[in-house]
Write a protein that binds this ligand. Structure first.
Ligand code: 5GP
Ligand code: MN
Length: 343
């Protein structure tokens, strides 16, 4: 098998080689990372709908379910979840002759238990992703770190393999969702002229962009809004002498507001939006583990910090990690790390 690192437009024509693998495959599984976000759902469902239009019958297998503001998507309820149906997903992965790994660069991002089935599968594996430093567990790797989203790369796959006439409204809606969520609604530096050219084509293909925005952003519950209000008014801290904002929520606080998946999504960006703030961190306790989101802007980067100190990683301006220390210990450690980083 070949290792393909598509780095420029010409290399992208190698998407045709991916479609050759699709032609040869009878059992196609589409996977993405744990705690799915808009881009994992968007890229998975875009590929799902496209491959169905192409005449294949793929199955999407995710480690766990997405929050409700993402599951309304066409095909959203066809996704199998490893944490809910481990035997069924294991069976699909064992039977697969082609597995797509979307929006993740390292096999452990699907979680230890599902990873076993990925690595033991004899299937051809294809990674399509936009995170830095792809690990070497796939036969074909499309790693485009300058591209805003994996969903945009699915568009490139469809376009550059000569299949654009198969792009229907469902496929386009999924691509739109992934681009929208991974670019903070088309505003991050990762947005390229190409991104807008793709969006133009999606709208011309019948994608109802306003429906995507409404379903993602105008579906708050009262509990979610109260939790966010509490987090901002009571739990946001600006570090002394540093342009760093922190929000933390313990399990008790999350339970108090009947926290549901996705309720704290984007809180870290609220902290980063404070005037003058260059870096933000959000800490949430779940089952005794602290999950951390990092965001930054300008010439501050968070990916190295997430990798070196919090067992995580990600993009320069958006990373994640975890800690098994207590909330207080974790925040103290974070403050030391950023203090050293800024000085
Ligand atoms: P979020 O803060 O939204 O959970 O994650 C932001 C970004 O950080 C994700 O898009 C992903 O690239 C990265 N990320 C989050 N958690 C982890 C992790 O545990 N390990 C790695 N390598 N990256 C992560
Ligand atoms: Mn992504």
């Amino acid at each position: 098998m070949t290792n393909l690192h598509a780095q420029n437009q010409e290399d992208m024509n190698d998407y045709k080689r991916i479609m050759q693998q699709v032609d040869d495959a009878n059992h196609i599984v589409i996977t993405s990372h744990k705690s799915p976000d808009g881009d994992s759902i968007g890229s998975s469902l875009a590929l799902y709908h496209f491959l169905r239009a192409y005449g294949k019958n793929p199955v999407v297998c995710h480690p766990d379910a997405a929050p409700s503001f993402l599951t309304w998507m066409p095909g959203g309820h066809d996704i199998l979840h490893f944490d809910h149906s481990p035997e069924l997903v294991a069976e699909k992965m064992a039977a697969a002759d082609l597995i797509f790994c979307l929006d993740y660069n390292s096999s452990n991002r699907i979680g230890k238990d599902m990873e076993v089935h990925l690595l033991s599968s004899e299937s051809i594996k294809i990674m399509i992703d936009h995170h830095m430093d792809p690990a070497d567990f796939c036969e074909i790797i499309v790693s485009e770190t300058a591209v805003c989203s994996t969903s945009q790369l699915i568009y490139e796959l469809i376009d550059q393999s000569g299949n654009l006439e198969l792009l229907n409204e469902d496929t386009g809606t999924a691509i739109y969702l992934g681009i929208m969520t991974d670019t903070g609604s088309f505003r991050f530096p990762s947005v390229q002229p190409r991104t807008h050219a793709i969006l133009e084509h999606l709208l011309k293909s019948g994608v109802k962009h306003y429906k995507v925005h409404e379903n993602v952003f105008d579906t708050n519950t009262i509990d979610r809004l109260k939790l966010r209000g509490y987090a901002i008014s009571e739990k946001m801290e600006i570090m002394h002498d540093l342009p760093v904002a922190i929000i933390s929520l313990t399990e008790e606080e999350l339970n108090r507001f009947n926290n549901e998946k996705g309720d704290t999504e984007g809180l870290v960006n609220v902290a980063l939006s404070v005037q003058g703030i260059e870096m933000a961190a959000f800490f949430a306790e779940k089952d005794g583990i602290i999950k951390i989101s990092f965001r930054s802007k300008g010439d501050r980067f968070v990916n190295v910090m997430a990798g070196d100190h919090f067992a995580g990683g990600g993009h320069k301006y958006a990373s994640g990690g975890m800690s098994t220390d207590s909330m207080d210990e974790t925040i103290k450690r974070f403050k030391n790390v950023v203090y050293n980083y800024f000085n």
